[in-house]
Design a protein around this ligand. Structure first.
Ligand SMILES: Cc1cc2nc3c(=O)[nH]c(=O)nc-3n(C[C@H](O)[C@H](O)[C@H](O)COP(=O)(O)O)c2cc1C
Length: 398
């Protein structure tokens, strides 16, 4: 890990995740930062994901002394050092050349799971080799069934232990910032179409140099089209329009993947039951970080309905809006076993590569431990709804 990168993200320069976000904004060209930071349409769900945590307040048990605090959690049989996993984040290699390899290494060092997106610029074998922790593979059907089957086989050979099927992307959400920044043109073939969008990149010489030294636009190393090789990186709208996974697809996926399947992108009790009945070992309550259907509820708001619907039949994880460790604790009090963080670590990746991801995880883990101590609770496993007041959250539903 580069010493200078570690230095750039130490306290007092970086004290919370928002500090990493600001560093990322300074380092990335606008098109790349907005791709990471933005959401769909009016970004209602994106902002709601973050805001809704305010509606859950804590009920601490004070004057309690405990010597040891246990942050450990088990997810699909794996022991995590604290209850947060790294969510699949596409195009990570555009944020930093280290991309998925750097993020996976930091996840392993922090004792947690890294989930690799299909839309990734590093070979899945190299990503798995970089982490000493567990890794899961997130599947989209970009490139068709044959390409997916070969990725599933490679993921199994490389040692990925779970397959994550994202079900909320029958088409890409309308990310207005991406349209304005010319993402489609920038990742397309025509130089002429790119021209109006290029000047902004010249204003970020550090990013541009590292991008060019890394070989420019990376290929999608894990979508190998038979007879053609790795797919060219395409814009997100084109990628996701060919990515839809249906309940029927879960059947054939089940036949070729022997390990646990995680269904990501569930927002209702009905879909949660359906996923459980189809054999999902875990589900992720998620609205894709507010990047798909704008106007769906914040994930935290959808969580209690899903937890009640599955009644312990599968493990329930959630993601969306996690920016502090106290958010993680609140989600667990509402019934999640653990959370996935997307932007929180991706801002760190963009800001300083592996060191930035490590710093993001250090901040979140430190927050979780402090929150437990302030709550007078000695272990993650002991958290439940008695530690929070959810009346505000419930009132808003009436
Ligand atoms: C830049 C970016 C790219 C993403 N790419 C993927 C992806 O390839 N596959 C996927 O299932 N989810 C993807 N997601 C969604 C995340 O896995 C996760 O659901 C979301 O980021 C959680 O919200 P948060 O960013 O507020 O933590 C992406 C999110 C972001 C921010």
């Amino acid at each position: 890990m580069m010493k200078s990168a570690t230095y750039a993200v130490r306290s007092p320069y970086v004290v919370n995740i928002e500090d990493l976000r600001l560093l990322a904004r300074r380092r990335l060209p606008r098109a790349v930062f907005d791709y990471l930071d933005g959401g769909a349409e009016g970004e209602l769900t994106l902002s709601e994901n973050v805001r809704v945590f305010r509606e859950v307040t804590f009920r601490p048990r004070n004057a309690v002394a405990t010597d040891a605090y246990n942050l450990k959690t088990r997810v699909l049989g794996e022991e995590l050092s604290f209850p947060a996993l790294l969510a699949p984040v596409g195009y990570s290699r555009l944020m930093h050349p280290g991309g998925e390899v750097a993020a996976a290494r930091a996840a392993g060092d922090a004792g947690t799971v890294y989930i690799l997106s299909t839309i990734s610029g590093h070979k899945l074998e190299n990503v798995k080799a970089a982490t000493k922790g567990p890794a899961w593979y997130q599947l989209y059907l970009v490139g068709g069934r044959e390409a997916a089957e070969s990725a599933i086989d490679r993921a199994h050979q490389a040692g990925f232990t779970a397959l994550v099927i994202t079900v909320d992307t029958p088409v890409a959400g309308m990310r207005e910032r991406d349209a304005r920044n010319g993402m489609k043109e920038l990742l397309g073939a025509s130089l002429f179409a790119k021209l109006p969008y290029l000047p902004n990149f010249l204003a970020y010489p550090r990013w541009l140099t590292s991008f060019l030294l890394d070989g420019g636009v990376p290929k999608l190393e894990n979508i190998v089209i038979p007879g053609h090789g790795p797919m060219e990186l395409m814009d997100v709208v084109a990628a996701l329009s060919r990515a839809v996974v249906t309940w029927e697809d879960l059947g054939w996926i089940r036949e070729i993947w022997r390990g646990p399947i995680v269904v990501k992108g569930i927002l209702t009790g009905d879909d949660a039951k359906r996923a459980a009945d189809k054999g999902a070992a875990a589900i992720v309550v998620s609205n894709h970080g507010g990047r798909q259907l704008d106007g769906v509820p914040a994930s935290l708001r959808a969580l209690p309905e899903v937890v009640a619907a599955v009644g312990g039949q599968t493990e329930v994880l959630m993601d969306g809006g996690i920016r502090r460790g106290s958010d993680i604790v609140k989600a667990i009090c509402l019934g999640a076993r653990a959370v996935l963080c997307g932007r929180a670590y991706a801002y760190g990746l963009a800001a300083a590569g592996e060191a930035g991801v490590a710093r993001a995880l250090e901040i979140l883990k430190g927050d979780v431990e402090r929150t437990l101590r302030l709550l007078g609770c000695s272990a993650i496993a002991e958290l439940d709804s008695s530690y929070v007041d959810t009346r505000l959250l419930q009132n808003c539903l009436r």
